[in-house]
Design a protein around this ligand. Structure first.
Ligand code: SF4
Length: 267
C-alpha cells in the first residue's frame, strides 16, 4: 500500500510540520502545543472545532464518508462559519444511500463537496488482475484495494492542507481507544488531525442529529452504525461491536483502511 504525503504543508504557516512552534491564537482557548498535550483532557466538541477552524482556515477540511458523526460535524461547522470545507473519497464502490445523503447535505447546507477518485489505471489493473472481490481473500489484498481506492486519493485530498478534521470516536473500535481530540498525524507528515467527537458516545451523536434535524444516511436506520464501501459493509446484530459490520471476515485488530494510523503505529 502506497501512502502519499505530496505537497504537505506547502506555503504559509508551519504549524503542520513536526516540531512546529506553539503559537497562541488571539481570543481562542490555547496554543497548538497546549491542545496537543495529552493531559489537557477532553473539551466540548464545538470548542475544539471552533479553535481548529480559526487556527487553520483556509488550510483545513473535514474528511467525510457521510456517516452520522460526519454530518454532525458539518452541521456544527456551518453554525460557526458558513464556508464549510468538506472532501470525500469516492471509491467507486459506495452504497447508493451514501450518494443520496451527500446530495441532501449539499442542498441543506449549500456547500460544495470535493470528491476524490482513485486513479483510473490503478483500478483497471486491480480489477483485471485480481478480480472484483479480491479484498475478501486476505488482509493484504484488502489493504491493497483500500490503498488504491482510499489511501492514495486521501493523500491528494490532504495536499496543501495544514489540518484535517475527522468524525473518529474512541467508542467506535479497539483500534481507536487511545484517540485524542488534537494530534499529529504520522501517516501524513505530522500534519494536525482534529477529532472533536473523540469522547462522544453514540447516544450523544444521535441526540445532536435529532436536536438539529441533521440529514443522515438511511442505512443507519437499517442496522449499519458504520458505513463504508458496499461490498465491505453489512448490518450488525444487537450487541455486536459498532464496527463489526466493516470487513466482518477480519479480526477487530486489523480493521483500519490505512487512513487513520495512531501515533504509536506511525512512530
Ligand atoms: S472498503 Fe472494500 S471496496 Fe472499499 S476500498 Fe477498502 S477493500 Fe476496497
Amino acid at each position: 500500500m502506497t501512502e502519499t504525503a505530496e505537497g504537505k504543508g506547502g506555503e504559509g504557516r508551519s504549524v503542520g510540520a513536526p516540531g512546529g512552534t506553539a503559537r497562541r491564537l488571539p481570543g481562542e482557548a490555547g496554543s497548538l502545543q497546549e491542545w496537543l498535550e495529552a493531559d489537557r483532557g477532553d473539551r466540548p466538541a464545538e470548542e475544539v472545532l471552533g479553535w481548529a477552524i480559526q487556527a487553520f482556515r483556509p488550510r483545513i477540511a473535514l474528511a467525510s464518508s457521510f456517516g452520522v458523526e460526519d454530518v454532525v460535524l458539518i452541521d456544527m461547522w456551518s453554525r460557526r462559519q458558513g464556508d464549510v470545507r468538506v472532501f470525500s473519497l469516492d471509491t467507486g464502490r459506495l452504497p447508493e444511500e451514501t450518494y443520496e445523503v451527500m446530495d441532501r447535505i449539499r442542498e441543506r447546507y449549500g456547500i460544495a463537496i470535493a470528491t476524490y477518485f482513485p486513479e483510473t489505471a490503478a483500478v483497471e489493473a486491480l480489477e483485471r488482475e485480481r478480480g472484483f472481490y479480491s479484498f475478501r481473500r486476505s488482509v493484504e489484498e484488502r489493504k491493497h484495494c483500500c490503498g488504491i481506492r482510499k489511501v492514495v486519493p486521501l493523500g491528494r485530498a490532504l495536499a496543501g492542507l495544514d489540518a484535517w478534521v475527522t468524525g473518529l470516536r474512541r467508542e467506535q473500535a479497539e483500534t481507536r481507544s487511545a484517540l485524542t481530540q488534537v494530534e499529529r498525524d504520522p501517516a501524513h507528515g505530522g500534519m494536525i488531525k482534529v477529532n472533536p467527537l473523540a469522547d462522544w458516545s453514540t447516544e450523544q451523536v444521535w441526540q445532536y442529529v435529532r436536536a438539529h434535524d441533521v440529514p443522515y444516511n438511511r442505512l443507519h436506520d437499517r442496522g449499519y452504525p458504520s458505513i463504508g464501501c458496499a461490498p465491505c459493509t453489512r448490518a450488525i446484530l444487537p450487541g455486536e461491536d459498532l464496527r463489526a459490520g466493516r470487513w466482518w471476515w477480519e479480526r477487530p485488530q486489523t480493521k483500519e483502511c490505512g487512513l487513520h494510523l495512531t501515533p504509536r503505529e506511525g512512530a
